[in-house]
Design a protein around this ligand. Structure first.
Ligand code: SAH
Length: 229
């Protein structure tokens, strides 16, 4: 993976991360490191290259889906407080950008003998796009991409320390709660009862009790599938 001087986009990325720190979005060294190391320009659709380091979501071709804005990836990663070695499920791979940041958080050396980030995507073209990106950039030992309906989670590799859902759900899918470990955390955008969507942080304690907190309004594409819209 190219970082530092040999990456022509490094300065743009550094400026973006400085901006996110100034805004109070990036708080920890670990999230800062992940945002600096993942080359977002390698995950955008080729026609969006000039905007790769703008802090906005960008269209993924004509799929109707988007790559998340960097601030949203950073906010969710700060909330999850990923520890080295954590097993993570992401629902909604898109181009694989968020999954790459999670890979660095759980395995900074990227040479894990077993996958630690499971990410599930329902759109076949995006599965192919993300697989290419993840392997080309050297994240493939940590990140496994599954094609399927992630609204049901991915019980095969459960339970997870962290779950992140990158599409908005009508309500929190019960299989995702079931697949969380005791002391596990989930960040998920949920359709509000009143208007728009809200980012929810779901915590399961050691006895399996659930506590949810509303982290404020957000905008995501809708979650599809059995527990989606
Ligand atoms: N995590 C991505 C953001 C992708 S946008 C990033 O790093 O930028 C949300 C994605 O969720 C879309 O690609 C969409 O196809 C996918 N999606 C929607 N419903 C889904 C479902 N039920 N299972 C898996 N993926 C789903």
């Amino acid at each position: 993976m190219k970082t530092g001087k040999e990456d022509p986009y490094f300065e743009y990325r550094r400026e973006l991360v400085e901006q996110l720190i100034a805004e109070g979005v990036v708080k920890s060294e670990r999230v800062k490191d992940a945002m600096l190391r993942v080359p977002r320009h390698e995950f955008v659709w080729p026609d969006q290259l000039d905007h790769a380091y703008d802090d906005i979501p960008l269209p993924l071709g004509d799929t109707g889906q988007t790559i998340s804005a960097p601030h949203m990836v950073a906010i969710m990663n700060e909330l999850l407080d990923v520890q080295t070695g954590d097993k993570i499920l992401e629902v909604g791979t898109g181009g694989g950008y968020h999954a790459a940041t999670l890979a660095i958080l759980t395995c900074p050396t990227l040479n894990s003998p077993i996958p630690l980030v499971y990410t599930i995507e329902i759109n076949h073209r995006l599965v192919e796009f993300a697989r290419k990106n993840i392997s080309r950039l050297g994240f493939q030992n940590v990140v496994t991409i599954i094609e399927g309906d992630g609204s049901r989670g991915y019980p095969e590799a459960s339970p997870y320390d962290c779950i992140v859902v990158t599409a908005a759900a009508p309500r929190i899918p019960s299989p995702l709660i079931d697949q969380l470990k005791p002391n596990g955390k989930m960040a998920i955008p949920v359709q509000s009862r009143f208007f728009g969507q809200e980012l929810m942080l779901v915590k399961k304690d050691e006895k399996g009790r659930i506590k949810t907190s509303n982290m404020g309004p957000v905008i995501f594409v809708p979650l599809r599938g059995e527990y989606g819209f």
